[in-house]
Every structure is written in C-alpha cells, then in structure tokens.
Design a protein around this ligand. Structure first.
Ligand SMILES: [Zn+2]
Length: 187
C-alpha cells in the first residue's frame, strides 16, 4: 500500500495544511493522491495530552471515521486511526477542500442532539464525549463546551437524555448523562 506522510514537496493549499480544529490535537496528517489532507485527530485533554479515542477526517471528500469495523465497533485508537487515515489517503482522489465553516452554537447543539439520537440503542447507557468523535472537525468545539450543552439538551429532550446526580458519603457529587433507550426497556 502506498502509505506516505505529508511532505512539503507536495503542493498544498496554504491554510488547511496547518489547521488544527478547535478542541483537538492533530498528531498525523496525510495528503491524498491530489493533495487533500486527511487528519488523524484526538481530543485535547485539559492537561494538554491527547485522548485515547481518535477520529479521521478527510478535508477532500469530507468523510470521517471514529469506530472500528469490527462486529462490536470500538472507538479508534491511535494505531487504528493512523491505519485508517493512511489507507484513505492512498485511495481518495477528492480535490483539497476549504476549512469547514465553524457552525454557530445552535447548529452545533443540533449536531450534538442528532448524534445522541443516532447513538441510541435498546438500552440506557452513559453518554461519553467520544460519542461525538466523528463530528469534531465539523463541530469545532472544545470538550468543555460540549459537556456544558448536555444539561440543556436533556432539558429540551427528556426522552433522549437524562441527567442524574449521585452524592457519595464523602459529599462528592457525580453527574451522569444517560442516553435513554430507543424503546421502553421490557423487563
Ligand atoms: Zn477523502
């Protein structure tokens, strides 16, 4: 397979070559066959480290990936994401596209709400911020901003997302965001 990392010798649009979307780190960039960039990205954690969950986004064809293809899909780790990005870059022929426009807050909240709705299963589960991994290049928001929207989304969509708090005996309060099942669970 034709794996290659971005080389300055390949002609590029000047701007997307160094672009790092808000809230993310971009450890690896590939260029596809005609110079469009394929980003391997992670969430920027509060300590400046990269999250273990990764995403891949092509600035040419605008496709993105965040999960493995396995029977029980998991979030891409660095190595899986790196393979996916390299593989896509060696096959994609889409021309370099512009940096996607940053959505306004209402649009970004709508993207979060849609993703939660699409992630629903037959069972209730705890919402993890990695659920939004495939959207992060278009969302262009930090983890903190995304977390701040959960309560509002739950208020407006009580049958989609529930917020529960739990206070331990030591007085520490934990907040849980539970994605509601698609259908009422049968007992
Ligand atoms: Zn592509």
């Amino acid at each position: 397979m034709n794996f290659f990392r971005h080389s300055p010798a390949i002609p590029q649009q000047p701007e997307p070559t160094r672009w790092t979307p808000e809230g993310l780190l971009v450890p690896v960039r590939y260029a596809n066959l005609v110079g469009a960039h394929v980003l391997l990205y992670a969430r920027a954690l509060s300590d400046g480290q990269a999250s273990s969950d990764h995403g891949v986004h092509c600035l040419g064809c605008t496709r993105s990936w965040a999960m493995t293809d396995s029977t029980y899909p998991r979030h891409l780790d660095f190595q899986q994401g790196n393979e996916r990005a390299a593989e896509h870059a060696s096959a994609c022929r889409a021309l370099p596209g512009p940096i996607p426009a940053r959505p306004d807050d209402a649009t970004a909240v709508g993207m979060l709400t849609n993703r939660i709705a699409r992630s629903r299963t037959g069972f209730e589960f705890s919402l993890h911020i990695a659920e939004f991994a495939a959207d992060r290049v278009l969302l262009q928001r930090t983890d903190t901003w995304i977390y701040q929207q959960f309560t509002g989304i739950a208020d407006r969509n009580p049958d989609l997302l529930a917020v529960t708090t739990d206070t331990t005996s030591t007085g520490t309060t934990h907040t849980y965001h539970q994605v509601r099942p698609r259908q009422p669970a049968t007992t």
